[in-house]
Design a protein around this ligand. Structure first.
Ligand code: NCD
Ligand code: ZN
Length: 356
């Protein structure tokens, strides 16, 4: 049996770089890469230039997605330490609020305790507060979520021990969910010696022993999200390379290889890549949609030939199972045998459960 039909992936953490850095990626190239990877819908991060932090920047970005996206999407509102007013006004238009408690690409870090408390006091949802945070900051955010009764989502969990801290908070009644990236599951810090800047991202890769712990503790994880963060080769080869790696097109074949090896079940894979992300953000699945995969295809991930504009992958050479044959999105074939079948603007904003 070589054909597998999946509901498709929802990738809850991507950086499509538009506006501000379309030499790395754009809404059209990024959502096409999503479909190539069997991803029906993406959640786009706010660390753009300018950052998505108020009504004007959000409206412009939504309009751009309406015109250019080929996959479905939802956007994040961000906070850059300046204006909290949008946090009580714009929640209905976004998947959630993205808060940066530690440094990464972009300039949106908020650390000041009184400001953080104000953010947690002001956000009205309905989506969660999703955080970029190193381990000590995760503890700070868990405490704030408890104090203000906020729903918290921990992005790209930086250390497998954080999964235990998150579970302890959950047991104590904090509404917290978390995601892990494919690069933390399929690469270790040994890749840095081989790939240099091409294996550098935030949070950084960890030792093989910790990678094994992510796998052991996968039952504590709510979603796998790529953190697709493309940068050009030129930028990665420069003296001051930015952190981040692409991932939209590699999550599915890597996970199917893991399923093939008995490291997780297919059902659990679907939970982590589809039901989980939708549930975390309260989003509705696109109707009449599916991804057909040819499971007989077993291969090593290539170094090039990707749809993402940056054109490379840190996973080149890794074992992969399955190739996306056909993607149906809201009743229409949108991707078939390596070809995009719809034009810019086919993508729609993901609906909210219970209506937007
Ligand atoms: C991301 C980027 O490049 O926008 N980089 C990264 O290393 N993950 C930002 C982020 O998600 O931290
Ligand atoms: Zn990110």
């Amino acid at each position: 049996m070589g054909e597998l039909t999946l509901p498709g992936l929802i990738d809850a953490h991507v950086h499509l770089r538009e506006p501000g850095a379309t030499h790395k990626e754009g809404v059209y190239t990024g959502t096409a890469a999503a479909l190539a990877g069997g991803v029906l819908g993406i959640l786009d991060m706010p660390n753009n230039t300018p950052p998505t932090v108020d009504r004007a920047t959000l409206s412009r970005k939504l309009e751009m997605f309406r015109q250019k996206a080929v996959s479905d999407y939802s956007l994040f509102l961000g906070f850059d330490g300046r204006n909290v007013a949008p946090l009580s006004e714009l929640g209905g238009q976004v998947a959630g609020l993205k808060l940066y408690l530690d440094e990464t690409f972009g300039d949106m870090t908020t650390r000041e305790p009184r400001m953080l408390a104000e953010v947690f006091a002001t956000w009205l949802g309905p989506g969660p507060i999703a955080i970029h945070a190193e381990s000590p900051s995760i503890r700070v955010a868990l405490e704030l979520a408890r104090r203000y009764g906020q729903r918290l989502h921990v992005c790209h969990v930086p250390d497998p021990d954080d999964l235990l801290a998150i579970e302890t908070a959950r047991q104590a009644g904090v509404a917290v969910t978390c995601e892990v990236t494919p690069h933390h599951l399929f690469l270790s810090d040994e890749a840095v010696a081989r790939l240099g800047a091409y294996a550098r991202m935030k949070p950084p890769l960890v030792a093989p022993r910790q990678v094994a712990l992510y796998w052991e503790r996968l039952s504590l994880v709510d979603a796998i999200a790529s953190d697709h963060a493309p940068h050009t080769r030129e930028e990665k080869d420069s003296a001051n390379p930015p952190p981040g790696v692409p991932g939209l097109e590699t999550t599915l074949p890597l996970l199917l290889a893991a399923v093939d090896e008995g490291r997780l079940t297919l059902e659990r894979m679907v939970e982590l890549t589809y039901h989980g992300p939708l549930r975390i953000y309260g989003l509705a699945a696109p109707v009449d949609s599916a991804v057909e995969v040819d499971l007989l295809e077993r291969y090593a991930l290539p170094a090039k030939g990707y749809r993402t504009k940056c054109g490379w992958s840190p996973f080149a050479g890794q074992r992969a199972v399955g190739r996306v044959r056909r993607v149906r999105l809201r009743g229409q074939v949108v991707w078939e045998d390596g070809e995009l079948r719809v034009s810019a603007g086919y993508g729609r904003e993901l609906g909210r459960v219970g209506g937007r």
